[in-house]
Design a protein around this ligand. Structure first.
Ligand code: ADP
Ligand code: MG
Length: 502
């Protein structure tokens, strides 16, 4: 028997095949899109801190991944036998196929999403929390866009799987590509010719989709974005009426002598290990406090308890004279915390800029989220803050297009844009190359001169003793010394002097 090329080629213009191809595209795209959405809900639920949610989602994923699709298809298609009311929808092989494939694919895609969600750095979520954003906002604006980019290749792969799985829906008599082929060769017995045509249609769908995914991936890849610089005659810059100046000076006069932040008897343990053993710190408006001490003395832990990134075991934090955090009674879930977290800014050692957003978007994100002002006014403030740190020209760039020092200056502008009462710095220059340290220290020094209230954990001794109103020396979770630089340098503090000399 010879291979009938003429017949095989004629099948490429067979209307039944093209019709079936359309059905396969419709079914697979619908399943894919809805499974991506349902999968996200399942992935978030599985990661939830609420046991009932995470267990239910875990059970769903376990069950539907274990069940062969063919079994599920036949089951769903015959469901009207038990529940006649479902016959409206499930009598159609297309919808029965859609439901069965959606249930099954959502379970697989949930795991792909979970991989993407886990790959988003923890610092990204912390940066969102430090900007006073709530769970839903952090997920929507920070985590999900990044997780989707990470998951995109795997999601594309899953689409290909779905296209091929649609052939199974032929068992409940959906007229898809394989079924059209089977009907033909049972009449003329030209099995090889027909299957070649069947293969052609599947390969066609997958190839076209592959191109589409490549295009999407390129579009979503921020590292391919051209780096944009503002020119002086850019309309955006021209639109800025008057440089927005912070109202800090007026506030300062008004608040003189009052506390911007108070930490009273802060205790923190990790399991048996007591890291903070009763720390007290009072910070007046306009004061700059540096915290120094050997590695592992609890500096980072302390500063993170001040804005709720670490929970307290004991102690109280007040912000602007109001209770803010208190061991069991006032947690990050309390309204007092949600209302006041915007007054506490934070700059991290590793910058934690949002990589999928431009510099301007990074700085505008929190003011927009909190609706501090109109979009235009927020933009003006953001650009003014970027100007303050010498980064306005770079507003259109993405974080990866900047040096470490530049990124940290943007992170400072991002904290400033919320006009916080106090900014916490955790070793802001420790992740930088030595030649980039000074540009960041200079910015912080200028802010100190302007009267910004700051608490700075640092290893830069010269800087700490030069700009600070007070320096706090910590060791093993206790405050060994806390006074003005002059008193500390001249006083009798052998441990401190030993530490500084090193
Ligand atoms: P510093 O910033 O002064 O170097 P840290 O606050 O980072 O010190 O750490 C103080 C101590 O707390 C260290 O002994 C560290 O191992 C411990 N520690 C910090 N974070 C955790 C954590 N998440 N779980 C357990 N132990 C921790
Ligand atoms: Mg530290």
């Amino acid at each position: 028997m010879t291979f009938d090329w003429h017949y095989a080629l004629s099948l490429l213009s067979n209307p039944d095949f093209w019709h079936a191809t359309l059905t396969v595209v419709e079914l697979s795209v619908l399943v894919w899109v809805f499974a991506i959405i349902l999968g996200f809900v399942l992935a978030l639920a599985k990661q939830s801190q609420y046991k009932a949610l995470s267990v239910s989602s875990g059970l769903y994923i376990w069950f539907f991944r274990s069940l062969p699709l063919l079994v599920l298809l036949v089951f769903i298609y015959n469901l009207p036998q038990i529940f006649p009311s479902t016959s409206q929808v499930l009598a159609s092989p297309f919808f029965a196929g859609f439901v069965a494939m959606l249930l099954s694919e959502a379970a697989y895609i949930a795991e792909i999403h979970r991989g993407g969600l886990n790959a988003v750095a923890k610092g990204q979520i912390e940066a969102g929390k430090a900007l006073g954003m709530q769970y839903a906002g952090i997920q929507r604006l920070i985590v999900i866009p990044q997780a989707l980019r990470i998951a995109l290749p795997s999601l594309g792969n899953e689409y290909v799987t779905i296209v091929k799985l649609t052939s199974l829906v032929s068992v409940i008599s959906l007229t898809e590509i394989l079924l059209v082929g089977q009907r033909l060769y049972t009449q003329n017995f030209l099995v090889m010719e027909t299957m070649l045509a069947v293969a052609f249609y599947y390969v066609l769908i997958v190839t076209l989709f592959g191109w589409l995914m490549q295009f999407l991936e390129k579009r979503m890849d921020v590292t391919r974005k051209k780096s944009g610089l503002f020119t002086d005659n850019d309309p955006l810059l021209a639109n800025i009426p008057v440089p927005a100046i912070s109202k800090r000076k007026e506030i300062l006069a008004d608040q003189q002598g009052k506390y911007a932040l108070q930490a009273i008897n802060i205790h923190k343990s990790y399991a048996e290990h007591e890291v903070l053993k009763g720390i007290h710190l009072n910070v007046k408006w306009g004061e700059v406090i540096s915290i120094i001490g050997p590695s592992g003395s609890g500096k980072t832990t302390f500063i993170r308890t001040l804005n709720g990134l670490e929970s307290l075991n004991q102690g109280i934090v007040n912000v602007l004279g109001q209770p803010f955090l208190q061991d069991q009674q006032l947690t990050t879930a309390s309204q007092a915390y949600k209302d006041q977290i915007v007054h506490v800014g934070m700059v991290f050692q590793s910058f934690n800029l949002f990589p999928h957003k431009t510099i301007l978007e990074n700085v505008m994100l929190a003011p927009q989220y909190h609706r501090l002002d109109t979009k235009m006014a927020n933009k003006v403030t953001a650009l003014a803050m970027l100007e303050k740190v010498g980064m306005k020209q770079h507003a259109k760039k993405y974080p990866h297009q900047l040096s470490g020092g530049q990124q940290q200056r943007v992170a400072i502008a991002r904290a400033l844009a919320m006009q916080p009462a106090v900014i916490l710095f955790d070793e802001p220059t420790s992740a930088l190359d030595p030649e980039l340290v000074n540009e960041v220290l200079k910015v912080i020094e200028e802010l100190a001169q302007e009267g910004l209230t700051m608490i700075i954990v640092t290893h830069e001794m010269n800087f700490a003793f030069k700009v600070s109103d007070r320096v706090m020396f910590m060791e093993n979770g206790i405050v060994v010394a806390d006074d003005t630089p002059e008193v500390l340098l001249q006083g009798d503090y052998p441990r401190l002097h030993q530490f500084i000399q090193k």
